[in-house]
Design a protein around this ligand. Structure first.
Ligand code: FPP
Length: 264
C-alpha cells in the first residue's frame, strides 16, 4: 500500500458523522453480512437519565426494534437475531420481568400482520417452555404464520442463554448416541452446529452491542466464534437506522481472516 493509501486508511474513522444517505450510497449491497446479531442494551439507563421507569425505556426500545427490522429487511440482510431476554434476566425485579413479558406478547400480536406482509419469517430461540402460556401461544402463532416466508429471518432470543444452548445441544447428541443413531466418533463441529437452536442458519458475521459495554453476555457463544464485533455507546432506545448502516459500513471495511493470513 502506498503512503496515500495508508493516509486514507488512517482516516477510516472520519465516516462517523456521515448521513444516512452517505451510508446507503456507500454500502456494497453485494457484500452485506448475511447474519447480524444484536445485543440490545441500555433501555434502563436511557429511562433513568430522563427520570422515567425502566419499563418506559423498554417500551421506547420496541420502537428501535421496529426500525432495525425495517432497515435490515430493506437492505437485504438475510438473518437478524435479537437478544430480548436472557436466562440471567430472571434476576431482575418481578415488576420489570412481567412488564417485559407483556411487552413481548403485545408486540408480537401487534406486529405479526405487518411482519407477515413484509415476508419476514419469525423464529425464537431459548427455553421457551418456561414462558407463560399466553406468550408461548403468541410465539407459536408468529412462528407458524410466517414459517414459509422467504424474506428476512428474524430470530428473537427469549429466555436465551448461550451456555444453556450448549448444554441442550450436548443432551441431544447424548440421546442420539444412546439410541444408537450416532457414534461418539462421529462428533465434530458440524454435528454440534446441527444440534444448536439455529441449525441451518449461518453464524453471525456481525455482532452489534449498544450502550458501550464490552462483553458478550452469554449470547450465541458457539456461533460468534468469528463474528466481527461492533460496539457503540449509543443506548438502544437512541439507536437509529443510521447507526445500523454505520455498523455495516464499518463491517465492510474490515479484513476477515478467520485465523488465516490477509491476502495482498
Ligand atoms: C437491555 O436493556 C434490554 C432488555 C433486557 C430488553 C430488550 C427488550 C426490548 C427492546 C423490547 C422488545 C423486544 C422484542 C424483540 C420483542 P437494560 O434493561 O439491560 O438496560 P440497562 O443496561 O441500561 O439497565
Amino acid at each position: 500500500m502506498n503512503s496515500i493509501g495508508k493516509f486514507l486508511k488512517s482516516l477510516r474513522c472520519s465516516f462517523l458523522n456521515e448521513s444516512e444517505d452517505f451510508f446507503l450510497k456507500h454500502i456494497d449491497k453485494s457484500k452485506l453480512p448475511a447474519h447480524v446479531a444484536i445485543i440490545m442494551d441500555g433501555n434502563g439507563r436511557w429511562a433513568k437519565k430522563r427520570g422515567f421507569s425502566r419499563i418506559v425505556g423498554h417500551k421506547v426500545g420496541t420502537e428501535t426494534v421496529r426500525k432495525v427490522v425495517k432497515i435490515a429487511a430493506e437492505l437485504g440482510v438475510r438473518y437478524l437475531t435479537l437478544y430480548a431476554f436472557s436466562v440471567e434476566n430472571w434476576q431482575r425485579p418481578k415488576g420489570e420481568i412481567s412488564a417485559l413479558m407483556d411487552l413481548f406478547e403485545e408486540m408480537l400480536n401487534k406486529e405479526i400482520d405487518e411482519l407477515n406482509k413484509n415476508d419476514v419469517r419469525i423464529m425464537f430461540i431459548g427455553s421457551l417452555s418456561e414462558l407463560s402460556h399466553g406468550l408461548q401461544a403468541s410465539i407459536n402463532n408468529a412462528s407458524k404464520r410466517t414459517a414459509k416466508n422467504t424474506g428476512l429471518t428474524l430470530t428473537i432470543g427469549i429466555n436465551y442463554g448461550g451456555r444453556t444452548e450448549i448444554v441442550d445441544c450436548m443432551k441431544q447428541i447424548a440421546r442420539e448416541i444412546e439410541e444408537k443413531r450416532l457414534s461418539s466418533r462421529e462428533i465434530d463441529e458440524k454435528i454440534i452446529t446441527k444440534n444448536l437452536y439455529m441449525s441451518g442458519i449461518p453464524d453471525p458475521d456481525l455482532l452489534i452491542r449498544t450502550s458501550g459495554e464490552y462483553r458478550v453476555s452469554n449470547f450465541l457463544l458457539w456461533e460468534i466464534a468469528y463474528s466481527e464485533i461492533w460496539i457503540t455507546s449509543v443506548l438502544w432506545p437512541d439507536f437509529k437506522r443510521k447507526d445500523f448502516l454505520k455498523a455495516i459500513y464499518d463491517f465492510q471495511r474490515r479484513k476477515r481472516r478467520f485465523g488465516g493470513l490477509e491476502e495482498d
